[in-house]
Ligand binder design. Structure first.
Ligand code: BES
Ligand code: MN
Ligand code: ZN
Length: 497
């Protein structure tokens, strides 16, 4: 984030700083844009011809000091085919517009209009969402500015639209989602020496000011509950494990909540089955599932969603140590089932086993969705485009798939089945924590399924989508905050009264 990013809405008549406008294929501009560009005569047409710019989706035409216009620079961004734009396209356009601003720009105006005409209130807010998410950068630990850094400290971006007041209102509904994504990204980017379980719990407790009830369970409380799997993973760390339960009650009193569960491994060394050094620093992000749950709870509370929702995150650090759990150990979960440890690096499923059972038993939720950077194998299968989705409920699958397509946070269903389940049977305990090299993401999901009973449930393996700079037009950061928008949409479309 620039040190200071000021966002606002203005009428189409207001032109300050770099001007960004949109056009459809064949240089088709909306009426307000045409009017604003009229004083430049045929400048845009000539520049477009010279640059072979026609308005293809994502293409841009950059004109410095445009004659006739009182702006330092005009940037025309193509939207491609004419016609109605989908929500995710508009969010994306906001990101593209923000990304096209030259580094030196301190002020910019973005016209909220496509070839088909001016955006409506919610669309203007979606455009702003894209701007906000694209502008995100995690640079709080950069203390020095390079000498040749000409970026302004403050950036002001105004969106010009037909009803600034209406857009502002729509944005106030949308801003909670934007802030939720930013919160998730910040948590994920934060290094593990700063963000260990207690500090994570403290930050999650900040949701209290939005009206979220936050409980933090410590090791003693979890021992009492019998969470031997979660505690086993955390026992090699000097940082105490925590379980955070967040509740937002915006729905009818007494109706069962929807529940979101996150893997919060603040750092995953692999434990005694230690990981190779190469790339291990990325394992500070092994709490992305938990971060998404916190971001989502923020979003729901900020927009006062009419739903009862529970968010629960298991926070641990997986370290090699004299006290650490080892291969061969048998852990007893809160559900009573026992797990033989084959590999201490398969720790996320152990944490989730206890949290899923706990949430199911305590809240009897309408459904449970868990998010976890669970397996490297899901990255091999799906890359960074789709999260792996495993579920016992077709309706949930259908809804998640639809919301994924709409928000651009897409999910791809993977199989579950008794044949895979057999792969985690153990000689010594009820199950083992890994099923060998094959179908690694599926056997991990099979283990989770043993802790959800009949409750409708979906597991999203976000190892590929959450971390490692998944490059999109609305994110240039290492972490994406993946899942906040998807699940906010799911709640809004299907579970608010
Ligand atoms: N946190 C990792 C999975 C991961 C890998 C997330 C890469 C993000 C990027 C998880 O705890 C893990 O280590 N999984 C192992 C499981 C194996 C030991 C059965 C894996 O995927 O290799
Ligand atoms: Mn691991
Ligand atoms: Zn892990």
């Amino acid at each position: 984030m620039p040190d200071d990013l000021k966002l606002g809405f203005a009428p189409f008549s207001s032109l300050h700083g770099v001007l960004v406008v949109f056009c459809a294929q064949n240089l088709k501009f909306g009426p307000a844009t045409q009017k604003a560009l009229a004083p430049a005569g045929d400048l845009v047409r000539r520049a477009a011809a010279a640059d072979r710019f026609t308005g293809k989706s994502g293409a841009a035409l950059d004109i410095v000091a445009p004659t006739g216009l009182n702006v330092p620079r005009l940037i025309v961004v193509g939207t491609g085919k004419d016609g109605a734009l989908k929500q995710k396209d508009i969010v994306k356009l906001g990101g593209i517009a923000m990304g096209r601003l030259p580094a030196t720009a301190a002020t910019a105006t973005i016209f909220a209009e496509s070839g088909a005409g001016a955006f409506k209130g919610e669309q203007v807010a979606d455009l702003m969402l894209g701007v906000r998410l694209r502008a995100y950068a995690f640079d709080r630990y950069k203390t020095k500015r390079k000498d040749d850094d000409e970026r302004p400290k403050k950036i002001e971006v105004n969106i010009a639209c037909s009803s600034p007041a209406g857009a502002e209102k729509a944005w106030q509904r949308c801003i909670g989602v934007a802030d939720g994504v930013v919160l998730a990204r910040d948590l994920i980017n934060e290094p593990a020496n700063v963000l260990y379980p207690a500090e994570f719990a403290r930050r999650a407790s900040g949701l209290g000011k939005l009206g979220v009830a936050v409980e933090v369970l410590d090791v003693a409380a979890m021992k009492k509950l019998g969470m031997g799997a979660l505690l086993g993973v955390g026992q090699g760390s000097v940082h105490e494990s925590k379980l955070v339960v967040m509740r937002w009650n915006g729905g009818k009193k007494g109706t069962p909540p929807v529940a979101f569960i996150g893997k919060g491994v603040c750092f995953d060394t692999g434990g005694i089955s230690i990981k190779p050094a190469q790339g291990m620093e990325d394992m500070k992000g092994d709490m992305a599932g938990a971060a998404c749950v916190v971001g989502l709870m923020h979003a729901l509370a900020a927009r006062k969603a009419k739903v009862n929702a529970v968010g629960a995150i298991g926070l641990v650090e997986n370290m090699p140590d004299g006290k650490a759990y080892r291969p061969g150990d048998i852990l007893k979960t809160m559900s009573g089932q026992t797990i033989e440890i084959i590999n201490t690096d398969a720790e996320g499923r152990l944490v989730l086993a206890d949290v899923l059972h706990y949430v199911n038993k305590r809240f009897k939720p309408k459904f449970m969705i868990n998010l976890a950077t669970l397996t490297g194998a899901i990255i091999v299968a799906l890359g960074q485009e789709y999260a792996g989705m495993f579920a016992n409920d077709d309706k949930l699958v259908e809804r998640l798939t639809k919301c994924g397509e709409e928000t651009g946070e897409r999910v791809w269903r993977m199989p579950l089945g008794p044949e895979y389940d057999k792969m985690i049977d153990s000689k010594f305990a009820d199950m083992k924590n890994t099923g060998g090299r094959w179908a690694g993401s599926i056997t991990a999901a099979q283990l989770l399924q043993r802790f959800v009973d009949k409750t409708p449930w979906a597991h999203l393996d976000i190892a590929g989508t959450a971390l490692g700079s998944p490059q999109t037009d609305i994110n240039k950061s290492w972490s994406s905050g993946w899942g906040v928008r998807l699940l906010d949409r799911l709640v809004e479309d299907y579970y608010e009264r």
